[in-house]
Design a binder for this molecule. Sequence first.
Ligand code: ATP
Length: 323
Amino acid sequence: VKCIGILTSGGDAPGMNAAIRAVTRTAIYNGLSVKGIYRGYKGLVTGEIKEFKSQNVSNIIQLGGTILKTARCKEFTTPEGRQIAYENMKKEGIDALVIIGGDGSLTGARIFAQEFDVPCIGLPGTIDNDLYGTDTTIGYDTALNTILDAVDKIRDTATSHERLFFVEVMGRDAGFLALNGAIASGAEAAIIPEFSTEVDQLEEFIKNGFRKSKNSSIVLVAESELTGGAMHYAERVKNEYPQYDVRVTILGHLQRGGSPTAHDRILASRLGAAAIDAIMEGQRNVMIGIEHDEVVYVPFTKAIKNDKPIKKELVNVLRELSI
Ligand code: ATP
């Protein structure tokens, strides 16, 4: 392997730039050349590719978003599109790829690597933390801290008006942001998809004495078809418990922005460096993760299974601390 292509794909996440920087500089340090591929797989299909030197990644470790841009690419989901991508890659002299993205992006990488025998290394880049085989994903910690800032502010107004707030956070079908966001912000409850089918979480929360001694309450709700979202719960409470003054805040895309936290910068730097080490060791078709502070290689098929478990202990902690 002489030349590495790097791209960011799917939803953006703070820390992607730190990962781009780490991959680029580690590759150059080891005598490899690097090409930046713009707009995810789209750039591979359209040939939007540029050589990266060390200075191309100067001054970006602190920036949110991704300097390579990101996009969803329909063509890449077809064999014809991937054939064009492969031809462009060869034309540019790229012989291995580092893909930073979520489960969709890693699924694309897995299929591409199999079809064309191209070494592909994935880095977990998503605020949702829903990739198996890594304790956290790039962007998750920053998003969690953004949620805390927002909820702290909402609490001021919730308390003054003695209101019940349902705050909807991202996470797709994973409840990590909602549950840990709730613990860290001192919220009364979290409604998360992992348990939404097991119990009526709202009933449980109200039965457990919600608001007996409190003049305001905050409930974090994970966005997901499985929970139905914050609006759904607000409507229910308005109908079933008209005594409560209910409001909804949907945090939305502000959760995806901002300067990455120290945790995300270090995680992205370690993962980016490990991606190049992995390629030089002859690894292929793995996602790099960090588990128990050690770098691990996780086969794509395992990483994207999408059933990363959420600790029941965290649910109990939240319940016990919200009395
Ligand atoms: P996030 O978790 O933040 O949404 P993601 O990586 O899961 O990020 P997706 O939109 O699911 O985001 O996927 C990004 C891109 O990966 C798609 O636009 C497509 O180009 C490629 N991709 C996804 N699934 C496949 C697939 N089954 N085959 C080929 N390519 C795919």
